[in-house]
Design a protein around this ligand. Structure first.
Ligand code: ZN
Length: 433
């Protein structure tokens, strides 16, 4: 269903039923109130373990020319392993549109990917007792946003786009009393969801015959409860029937386009789009359709570093290009442009010394262990509208840490004051005018 038709249909339904919500053209339920810095936040977990040495310190040249200023040449011994990429999607590197923290920290907790993701999404430190199979014990940013945004934030406004179905989808809501699935994010793992294997399964769910009402109710149940096993996603999240209908229409369009080959390489990347690029591509599709107030998307390709340093560097370049593309899309999407703060940060770093695996260029591979301080050194880039976010500012001192991102999002979207001291971190005030 086209968006215009959807809005029209909701309008007609509203005439007959009092309780149906009205969806604004921006995609928001009702109008936002209070003192927000911006009405949208996109948090890019530039994840998989990135050392500051290869990112902001440019030890092997500028591997992130779409985010960072500078023309430092890539080291000659690895440059031939780098993939060709298109010109930057941006007129200038992203750091010029915001504030770069060059000495950000993952200050506490094991330097594992899941610990890093959990800290980034809950704003809480974790320890060795973190379960990989249970929802977090503290509220996620999605729940804090939805529970404490008045009027209550719609599920359509809250998306968690993870690169894989393995573990990460359960970060969409917590088991903390008073929160939980009623306040969670719509979650999707595009690489698993939009694949040749699952589309056949979904076809059966999407084409339920001519009885549209039954189809919608079926899809609502599907979205709310029925994603299980290897295609787990969107589970337990309470979309209203109208919201579920819009999600259904979007998923159907995505699958139709996928089957038509429109998603094979929509960015015209020489060679192919890697998994990170595909994940960001679907995040962009969500942005275009739903204009969410809070979207978190992760990338993970740099974790190739465990066995191949040069591929790690190449995937860092691809993640850099994808993050720039995402900002370009935000800024060309009406309703999001100049009203969005985008935060880019890795979840963890990597070790200072290589392991024993040497790649084709003679470079040592890199793990991440908790006793190596370099595994805790990150960067954080906060971009946003002029007059809201400090433009072209660099903070070189050790300042800011992972647990500060959630309260910062709460400050931007004006719900932090209602979270009652649950968040230990502080707002990254240095980024804001
Ligand atoms: Zn790893």
């Amino acid at each position: 269903m086209k968006r215009r038709d959807f809005v029209k249909k909701v309008g007609l339904t509203a005439a007959a039923a009092v309780a149906v919500p009205y969806i604004l053209p921006s995609g928001r339920l009702f109008a936002a109130t209070g003192s927000r810095r911006a009405n949208h936040v996109v948090f890019v977990l530039f994840a998989g373990g990135v050392r500051n040495l290869e990112s902001v310190h440019k030890n092997d040249g500028n591997l992130m020319p779409n985010l960072l200023n500078g023309n430092e040449a890539i080291s000659s011994d690895i440059v031939n392993s780098m993939s060709p990429l298109p010109a930057s999607p941006l007129t200038q590197p992203l750091q010029n549109f915001g504030t770069l923290y060059k000495n950000f920290r993952f200050s506490d907790g094991p330097t594992g990917h899941f610990n890093g993701h959990t800290t980034a999404i809950t704003g809480q430190h974790t320890n060795n007792t973190l379960s990989l199979r249970e929802h977090p014990t503290s509220p996620t940013v999605f729940e804090l946003y939805r529970k404490h945004t008045n009027p209550k934030g719609s599920a359509l406004n809250t998306w968690w786009v993870s690169h894989t179905n393995n573990l990460y989808p359960i970060l969409n809501y917590s088991q903390y009393p008073g929160y939980g699935p009623d306040y969670g994010a719509n979650q999707i793992s595009p690489a698993s969801f939009f694949s040749s294997r699952t589309k056949d399964v979904l076809d059966d769910e999407l084409n339920l015959g001519s009885d549209e009402k039954a189809a919608v109710e079926e899809m609502r149940a599907f979205l709310n409860y029925n994603f299980t096993g290897s295609t787990n996603g969107l589970s337990n999240i309470k979309n209203t029937p109208e919201e579920a209908e819009q999600v259904q229409a979007w998923i159907k369009k995505m699958i139709t386009d996928y089957k038509a080959g429109l998603h094979s390489n929509p960015w015209n990347i020489p060679g192919f789009m890697n998994g990170d690029m595909r994940n960001v591509f679907y995040a962009e599709e969500i942005i275009k359709e739903f204009k969410p107030e809070l979207l978190v998307v992760n990338m993970f390709g740099v974790d190739a570093a465990h066995t191949d340093f040069s591929t790690y560097c190449d995937n860092l370049r691809k993640a850099d290009w994808a993050a720039a593309k995402l900002w370009s899309t935000i800024q060309s999407t009406a309703g999001m442009a100049d009203d969005t703060v985008m935060i880019v940060a890795p979840e963890i770093g990597r070790n200072s010394t290589p392991n024993s695996i040497v790649d084709a260029n003679g470079r040592g591979a890199l793990d991440h262990t908790s006793d190596d301080p370099m595994s805790r050194e990150l960067f954080c880039l906060v971009t946003g509208p002029q007059g809201v976010v400090n433009q072209g500012k660099t903070i070189g001192a050790v300042e800011g840490e992972s647990i500060d991102i959630v309260p910062t999002i709460g400050d931007i979207l004006d719900f932090k004051h209602a979270t009652g001291g649950i968040l230990p971190g502080k707002v990254l005030n240095g980024a804001f005018v």
